[in-house]
Design a protein around this ligand. Structure first.
Ligand code: 13P
Length: 330
């Protein structure tokens, strides 16, 4: 394992004022999002929308890396340059989603296990040779009656650590993403408790399996009440509870934490990150973003209406706002 390369890449991904763009929607998800804004989905429309984003001038000041899907890493910019090379020539690290999706967990109705470990080492090798320098694997944890089960926590933590070890052996920085979903009527304390459980289990598996934490990043949810909970908490409370939960349950030798937006509004995602970075508490990690929807939802709508330059401006604006939130200056 080349620990120096991994550590350097991980630190680069959370460099001052920068965060990650998650543009790795699977073909199914991206197609649904295109159809929802009236664009017929195909490999070509998915490519056209994404290459327009990647051609945005100046976004590299706020974006350190872009997570791609398998289809996208093999596609080209309009000038014929392979997408991963176009990104790295701007100083943006290409990343790759390597899980193959969350599937039904046997014997546990309504819960998921993320798959994709078979053949992962070979796939990582290929992605590295195409220019990828980091990877993502997303575990999905649902809150509900007697959920998550111990089984769901255990198998997902185990798979996250297996994935992280395999990536590191092939030179890719693993983004470890145990996402506790916002769907449900649970309160913020339940989200806190479940997040604590999955973080503890994941880092215990990482310890057992020898994951090199200085060469990895964590991508967690924030601590938020469920979408249908009547008792929503303030932005200040979200920031405080999130930092508190992470401080108690995330090892300190990890270089950075890059939040997912998970369905929060653009402004909430930026405001929450800003408040965390403005807090007096000294925490050992960089607190940054790896947003999908919070960076792209409006850019997609604008692109779909045919305003391609304006779509780039919208994306750039959201990126800059989150860049400011890295220092609490938003
Ligand atoms: P969202 O920010 O839209 O949650 O996407 C981030 C991501 O990569 C989820 O896996």
């Amino acid at each position: 394992m080349d620990t120096k390369l991994l550590e350097m890449t991980a630190r680069d991904l959370v460099a001052a004022g920068k965060g990650i763009l998650a543009a790795d929607e699977s073909n199914g998800t991206m197609s649904n999002r295109l159809e929802a804004v009236g664009v017929s989905a195909s490999a070509d429309t998915r490519r056209a929308y994404r290459t327009n984003l990647f051609a945005t001038k100046g976004y590299e000041d706020a974006i350190s890396g872009v997570i791609l899907f398998d289809e996208t890493i093999r596609q080209k910019m309009p000038d014929g340059q392979p997408i991963p090379l176009a990104l790295s020539s701007k100083g943006v690290h290409p990343g790759i989603k390597v899980d193959t999706g969350a599937k039904e967990l046997a014997n546990h109705s309504g819960e998921k296990i993320t798959e994709g470990l078979d053949g992962l080492s070979d796939r990582c090798q290929e992605y590295f040779s195409m220019g990828a320098r980091f990877a993502k694997w997303r575990a999905v944890i649902t809150i509900g009656d007697n959920k998550p089960s111990d089984a769901c926590i255990s198998v997902n933590a185990h798979a996250l650590a297996r994935y992280a070890s395999i990536c590191q052996e092939q030179g890719l920085v693993p983004i470890i993403e145990p996402e506790v979903l916002m769907a449900g009527a649970h309160n913020a304390q339940t989200c806190y408790d479940v997040t604590a459980r999955i973080l503890e289990a994941t880092f215990e598996e990482c310890r057992i399996q020898g994951v090199h934490l200085p060469g990895a990043l964590l991508k967690p949810n924030m601590i938020i009440a469920g979408l249908s909970c009547p008792n929503q908490i303030t932005r200040e409370e979200v920031a405080k509870l999130t930092v508190d939960c992470l401080t108690k349950h995330v090892p300190h030798d990890l270089p950075g934490i890059v939040f997912l937006s998970g369905g929060q509004s653009d402004e909430d995602a930026t405001a929450h990150l800003n408040l965390m970075n403005a807090m007096d508490i000294v925490h050992p990690w960089e607190l940054s973003y790896s947003y999908g929807r919070a960076l792209l939802a409006n850019a997609l709508k604008t692109w779909a209406s045919g305003e391609h330059d304006e779509s780039q401006s919208v994306f750039l604006q959201r990126s800059r706002m989150n860049s400011l939130a890295r220092t609490g200056e938003w």
